[in-house]
Design a protein. Sequence first.
Lengths: 224, 166
Amino acid sequence: MNKYLLNGLYGLLGMIMISAIAFKIVQPIKVLPRLQLAPAFNLIDQNGQQFISENLRGQFVIFTFTYTQCPEPCFEINETIQEVQSRLGEVQLEGIPVTFVTISIDPERDTPEALNKYALSLGANSDQWKFGTTTNQALLKTIIGSGFETYYEKKDDGSFSFDPTFILVDGWGIVRAEYRYATEVSSADRILRHLGVLADEVRNSKGTTKLAYEAAHLFLCYAP
Amino acid sequence: MNTRQMHIDPYERNWMIFSAVMLVLFAAAVSVAAFGMGIEVPAPEQRVDPRTVATDPNSPWSNPGLREVSPGKYDAYILARAVPQWEFLPKELTIPAGSSVSFYVTSPDVQHGFKIQNTNANFMVIPGQVSKLTIRFDEPGTYDFICTEYCGSGHGIMYGTITVTP
């Protein structure tokens, strides 16, 4: 084999390996994986208005599931949302709205009126923090259980056993992160960091950089 | 070393250098990943505290077992442990045929393995991390699951059974 060709081959292989390691260390591009499509839904919000998933396109949405009678602190779900909401200024969102959606797992008691009262007690701004309920129990099980893969079940005493879950959905309706159990880093910190990663992708993923982002989706597997 | 004296073919010599470079590069990559950054499993199933994962009432593994998420769709929270005895909790699961089951497996103590016979489920169970895999069981029958981590006295006696009813 030609000596120059062989040296060139060494150089190329070396460069590929060094750049792969450098990419891993420097992490110039961070992406959240595209996990699955978020389920479509048709619910009623706390003002009694129709509330459908299509209305959330183009926004980052954080879904949670709880019920108004849940004895506080109730896994600190609402506290986490309030913390994320108050610290949104730390994230460069480039004007992309962030919406919080709490879907009730107890539609028998959580009427739109009950949810409205609950929202007021939490000081929730109805533009940014939506509450959803429905009268169709089977639909609810399909949305939360099948769609968001989140468990809930009514116990005999009327309370619910469920897991505190936060699900981050991007503007295309794709699930990008799930927070299912307490980890070393608080959920609020992780959600804020991940919102920043998503906003960076939306801002930078244009032209040639878009190809780099798509490559990152295929090959990277580290958690930002 | 005088290569001319040893009569090493340049082609062979080049491949030897290449292999050496590869070794150095991979050793460097592994060292950087292990010591510089800490090895992590991919998102989104991330680290849990192994000291409290089996006892914290808010942790699903404090009450491990099967949960029906929606019709035909289940979550199986399984704890693989060595203390007080080598076992999986729970040991027996029963599901109807056609169900898809998401296994969430973690360990409060040492590293374990999780393999379900006659399926493609076979993964490591690492303390402090959660391994997740979804399997659909279409054929009725019994599927044994075993621990595939043979670096301790008791891993070989860890087993359990999934019964798929017609």
